[in-house]
Ligand binder design. Structure first.
Ligand SMILES: Cc1cc2nc3c(=O)[nH]c(=O)nc-3n(C[C@H](O)[C@H](O)[C@H](O)COP(=O)(O)OP(=O)(O)OC[C@H]3O[C@@H](n4cnc5c(N)ncnc54)[C@H](O)[C@@H]3O)c2cc1C
Length: 811
């Protein structure tokens, strides 16, 4: 083993091997992979080896497509076969709801360039004669699906990396990681110490333990997973002979099983509802190439359905049961990227579909390490999406839930129950008592809507408009016609202080900082000029700012802020978290409500739109911003948690004469739609530039230099490629939920980012991105948006439908 490497990758599973290969491909040849045992000694060796491109997150789907296309490249380079079988795949729907879900997946695939097809049960039977088609209502066909040899593939990555100069050290456990003052690492192994500029935790089943070596608890848990191999089946031999092809892959959602051909028989795997974690606290270091005891009871319910759906199985013997562990994050997507606060420590773990995702994960992480940016929108996989709230118990509950629901539908209005309530504010009980239906906002309980007396406080899950519709409408009307109150604790809040604070913020943000007592809105860009943040900033005094952003991105943003802090201590940034909570009042009567609970002057000239100041409310110290995401006259009121109940009660009492009404997140999101306001991670993401996103007025190219300025100048000159637009949709009983394709003259030209029903203006609205040229020529051609398999007429509405002159906010 060498004594120094630019990077040490810990773990020789498919993920570690892919990262090693991609690092060498991007020009880092001085890299070493260290493996405790042999290559593939974690989950990789006993995987079923299936791969596919479909994924609920389009950005993850892109990386999966990259992975599948990569295998030819590494085979050629390494001269090692990956054992590829590109059979194509069927996703079989046993209910109309499942077929609707597949239609949506198919529609999403269109703008990703996937050539999937929705077919009938009869056509599915033609492709997979083993099924009894009476159990199915249709299917999705995906030509880019198949399986491979897990060991061959891992060795192909490893050999290709070796050819490019990488070192691979086997039978050598990493025991300890010690960071030097300059941020580099001493990697202490059984065979001695190697000094590395960077370390990558690709420890798979032991990723948690490799995290603990540096004092972090990664939200990752291994689950037991079964598949079985049958004896050879004459039916399969016949299909092979008559078609000249191997059996097509299939997912049978009804049975919660996946199947494919393995030699002359079938491989059948299950995501058991009785999900069972493996080694929930610590993975034993001596676990090697061994399998777990199969538990037939656990897979019996799926097998019973399987026997009905695939009748030939009834008279086929089972040759072998395989039960092996592999890891998941709470939401089932990988954990990738640099860890906040730990210089040069990278993770790539919880990769539950290593053969669909390993290539993309390797590329994104290598890009990030070598170029400083993953090169894709990988938010769905970013390790920063979890904070320290993702504890061992939280992870355990969520991973079990996610695993057992792997083949179940998640409806857009469906809130999942595991690990809840996890975080609550002082208003939680009071909200419940008032009929709130709560949502899980990254582990914080947040009111979604309020069921009036006599109405059950529960969502009926659906892809279409549901039982909350009329109640959300009533909440929206209350805001627009008088006044509403909502809890807004689920924002990220920051305090930035120090003599260098203003200069630093000006360098990070595209907008110019405000004067004391004023607020600005501002995007934040990366070096490539893409959107990585969207903030509200208030200047309290010289050297003191408050800032608000998306709570789910708090760790993501703190990682960026801390990486860009000056070394001289002139700037301090603090994430306040739930150290502050808040409520917002909005609507034409909002000022009259506020006036009743303050001693400060808050008439329009005294407290103008975009003013911000500390103010006592009902005697409690608060900080108030005169802005509202509803697009109405409104105030955001922030306080420490011990005052939240007092302030809330006082505002409710003060608003009683005006019929003040509680409104939830769904009403808030509906109200913002009729103002064409975008949201972070929907309309604003690192794949869009600020001009494409319509944030022109917040980008001050005439101020001092800021990160991403050159790219922003270039985007302004060319106009970029895309435009965010808002549509009015001729919807039926279903509105867009996001990720639907946008059609123009029979071609898919864009995608929806978010939308829904705008209750006050009574219209179904959608926001999305289309090519700039089309947005500039609105008279040409006709737009349609595909909602649950139906193309619905849509027309661009350039002006907000509510208050386009923004008189209400300013009034
Ligand atoms: C039964 C079963 C079926 C599956 N079927 C599929 C499928 O069909 N398709 C699919 O895509 N995925 C499937 N998977 C999942 C797949 O196996 C994983 O996604 C993949 O193996 C993850 O790879 P990894 O490299 O992250 O982790 P691992 O394979 O666990 O590799 C981690 C490696 O790190 C090494 N290591 C850990 N700590 C240290 C240390 N301190 N020092 C040195 N080395 C260390 C370990 O020895 C191990 O070799 C299946 C898994 C199972 C169990």
């Amino acid at each position: 083993m060498k004594s120094h490497a630019k990077a040490v990758v810990i773990g020789g599973g498919v993920v570690g091997a892919s990262i090693l290969y991609h690092l060498t491909k991007l020009g880092w040849h001085d890299v070493t992979l260290i493996e405790r045992s042999e290559l593939t000694s974690g989950s990789t060796w006993h995987a079923a080896g299936g791969f596919h491109t479909l994924n609920g997150d389009p950005n993850v789907a892109k990386l999966q497509a990259y992975t599948v296309n990569l295998y030819k490249e590494i085979e050629a380079l390494s001269e090692q076969s990956c054992g590829l079988h590109l059979t194509g795949g069927l996703q079989l729907a046993d209910t109309p709801e499942r077929l609707e879900w597949l239609k949506m997946a198919h529609a999403r695939g269109r703008y990703l360039g996937m050539e999937t097809e929705i077919i009938s049960a009869k056509e599915a039977k033609d492709l997979l004669p083993l099924i009894d088609e009476k159990h199915f209502v249709g299917a999705l066909f995906d030509p880019i699906e198949g399986h491979l040899d897990p060991s061959g593939t891992t060795h192909a990555y490893a050999k290709a990396a070796r050819k490019n100069g990488a070192e691979i050290v086997l039978r050598n456990r990493v025991m300890e990681l010690v960071q030097r003052e300059d941020g580099s690492w001493d990697v202490v192994t059984e065979q001695g110490t190697i000094h590395a500029d960077h370390v990558v935790n690709a420890g798979g089943l032991w990723a948690r333990e490799v995290g603990r070596m540096v004092g972090i608890e990664l939200p990752v848990l291994a689950m037991e997973h079964h598949y079985l191999l049958t004896d050879d089946m004459p039916e399969i031999a016949e299909i092979n002979a008559s078609t000249g092809k191997e059996l097509i892959h299939a997912i049978d959602f009804g049975g919660e099983i996946y199947t494919r051909q393995e030699r002359g028989g079938m491989l059948l795997g299950t995501y058991e509802r009785a999900a069972t974690p493996w080694s929930p606290k610590e993975t034993p270091w001596d676990f090697g190439h061994e399998l777990l005891e199969p538990d037939l009871e656990r897979i019996a319910p799926s097998l019973e359905v399987g026997f009905e759906h695939f009748p030939a199985l009834k008279h086929t013997g089972i040759k072998q049961f395989i039960n092996g562990p592999f890891t998941f994050a709470p939401d089932g997507n990988p954990l990738v990227g640099p860890v906040r606060g730990l210089k040069n420590y990278w993770v790539a773990c919880a990769v539950m579909a290593g053969f669909s995702q390993g290539g993309g994960v390797g590329l994104a992480l290598a890009n990030w390490m070598v170029e400083g940016d993953p090169g894709f929108d990988i938010w769905g996989m970013d390790v920063a999406r979890y904070g320290n709230w993702a504890t061992l118990a939280y992870t355990n509950a969520k991973v079990r839930e996610n695993y057992s629901r792997r083949f179940r539908i998640r409806y857009p209005n469906e809130e999942l129950p595991a690990a809840r309530p996890h975080q609550t504010t002082p208003l939680y009980d009071c909200m419940l008592a008032q009929g709130a239906v709560m949502g899980d906002s990254w582990a914080l309980e947040t009111p979604l809507w309020f069921a009036p007396d006599g109405v059950e406080a529960k969502d009926i899950v659906s892809f279409r408009r549901s039982n909350d519709f009329e109640h959300v409408k009533a909440e929206c009307l209350a805001v627009r016609e008088s006044v509403g109150i909502t809890e807004i604790a689920n924002f990220a809040k920051y305090e930035i202080t120090g003599v260098g604070a203003e200069t630093w913020l000006n360098r990070l943000m595209t907008n110019r900082m405000p004067k004391p007592g004023r607020i600005i809105l501002t995007p934040m860009l990366n070096e490539r000029g893409k959107l990585i943040g969207d903030f509200t900033i208030a200047k309290v005094a010289d050297g003191r700012f408050y800032m608000w952003g998306s709570s789910q991105a708090e760790i993501y943003h703190m990682r960026w802020f801390e990486n860009h802090l000056p070394d001289d201590g002139s700037v301090r940034v603090r994430a306040i978290g739930l150290g502050w909570v808040g409520v917002s009042i909005a609507g034409p009567k909002a000022r009259e409500v506020l006036e009743k609970v303050v001693v400060t002057d808050v008439f329009n000239e005294a407290f103008r739109f975009m003013d911000a100041r500390a103010m006592d409310i009902a005697g409690a110290p608060c900080f108030v911003n005169r802005i509202s995401y509803t697009g109405d006259l409104g105030y955001e009121i922030w306080m420490t948690p011990e005052y939240e109940r007092r302030v809330y009660d006082a505002l409710k009492q003060a608003g009683a004469d005006f019929g003040i009404r509680d409104f939830g997140m769904r009403a808030l999101l509906s109200l913002r739609l009729e103002k064409n306001f975008g949201t972070w991670f929907r309309e604003f993401r690192p794949i869009y530039g600020p001009f494409e996103a319509g944030l022109d007025r917040f980008v001050r190219l005439d101020k001092e230099d800021f990160i991403g300025r050159d790219a922003a100048v270039a985007e302004k000159e060319t106009g970029g490629k895309l435009r965010r637009v808002s549509f009015i949709v001729d919807a039926g009983d279903a509105d867009v939920i996001g990720d639907e394709p946008i059609w123009h003259d029979n071609e898919v030209i864009g995608w929806v980012t978010s939308g829904g029903y705008a209750h006050f203006v009574d219209a179904s609205l959608a926001q999305g991105y289309i090519p700039k040229e089309l947005a500039d020529n609105l008279d040409e051609g006709a737009f349609e948006i595909e909602i649950i398999g139906e193309r619905r007429k849509a027309r661009i509405n350039p002006e907000p439908l509510f208050d386009p002159q923004a008189l209400r906010m300013r009034g």
